[in-house]
Design a protein. Structure first.
Length: 198
C-alpha cells in the first residue's frame, strides 16, 4: 500500500514541516539562490509544489514539473501549474535549460548515477540537485523515525537506503568535472549540488 504521506499534498507538507522543524523554510531559501530569474526550469519529483509556489513563482520563471504520483500532478494542475505524470526510471525526460531534483535522489538508489546521467542529457544549462543526508529513519524521535519510514514508499520503488555525506560524495565523484557548486546546509542535513550540462 502507498504510504499515507503521498495521499494528499497537505499530508505530505505536514510531514515535511514536522520533520524539518525550524529548518523547513531555510531549506528552500538556500536552494532558491541557485535558480536564476526567468529561468526555463523543469522540476522533477516536485511533490506538493511548495518550493515553486512560495519561492520560484515570484522569479517569473518558465516552470513545469513532473512526478510519478498522479495525486500531486492533479493538485498542481488545479493550481494552474504546468504539471505532468512521469516515471524518471522509464520515461523520457523533456529537454529544459535547468532541471531541479530536490530531496528525491535516494529514490533511485542503486541506479542514482544512471539517473544523474539521464538528467544531464536532458538539461541544456544546469542540473540542480538537493539531497538529504540526514536519515530520519534513525531519528531518536519515534514520530520522526516513523515518518522517515513512510517516506520510503515501496509503491514508488524507493530504496530504504539513504545517502550520507560520504555516499553522496562517492556518487558525484564520477561527475566531478561538471560540478560548479557543492553547498552544505548550515544544519548539515542537506547538500546542494549544481552541475553544468556541458
Ligand atoms: C521525498 S518526495 C520530495 C518532494 C519535493 N521535491 C520536496 O523536496 O519536498 C519524493 C517525490 O518523488 C516522487 N517520485 C518517486 N519516485 C519517482 C519516479 N520514479 N519518477 C518520478 N517521481 C518519483 C514522489 O512521488 C515524491 O513526490
Amino acid at each position: 500500500m502507498q504510504s499515507p504521506i503521498y495521499w494528499h499534498p497537505f499530508l505530505y507538507q505536514s510531514a515535511i514541516r514536522f520533520t524539518y522543524g525550524k529548518h523547513y523554510i531555510s531549506r528552500y531559501k538556500q536552494l532558491e539562490k541557485h535558480i536564476p530569474k526567468h529561468a526555463d526550469l523543469l522540476e522533477l519529483c516536485m511533490g506538493d509544489c511548495f518550493f515553486y509556489l512560495n519561492f520560484l513563482r515570484q522569479k517569473q520563471i518558465n516552470y513545469k514539473c513532473a512526478d510519478i504520483n498522479e495525486v500531486f500532478v492533479k493538485a498542481a494542475k488545479q493550481k494552474q501549474i504546468e504539471a505532468f505524470q512521469l516515471n524518471i526510471f522509464t520515461d523520457d525526460i523533456p529537454t529544459c535549460d535547468y532541471i531541479l531534483l530536490q530531496g528525491s535522489l535516494s529514490y533511485f538508489i542503486p541506479h542514482e548515477k544512471q539517473i544523474i546521467q539521464k538528467l544531464l542529457v536532458a538539461c541544456r544549462k544546469q542540473l540542480i540537485i538537493s539531497e538529504n543526508i540526514h536519515n530520519l529513519s534513525n531519528s531518536r524521535s519515534p514520530i520522526k523515525s516513523w515518518i522517515g519510514e513512510k517516506f520510503s514508499a515501496p509503491d514508488f520503488g524507493q530504496s530504504k537506503i539513504k545517502f550520507t555525506k560520504e555516499t553522496l560524495t562517492k556518487t558525484f565523484s564520477d561527475f566531478k568535472s561538471r560540478i560548479v557548486c557543492w553547498e552544505e546546509s548550515p544544519d548539515n542535513k542537506e547538500i546542494i549540488i549544481v552541475l553544468n550540462a556541458n
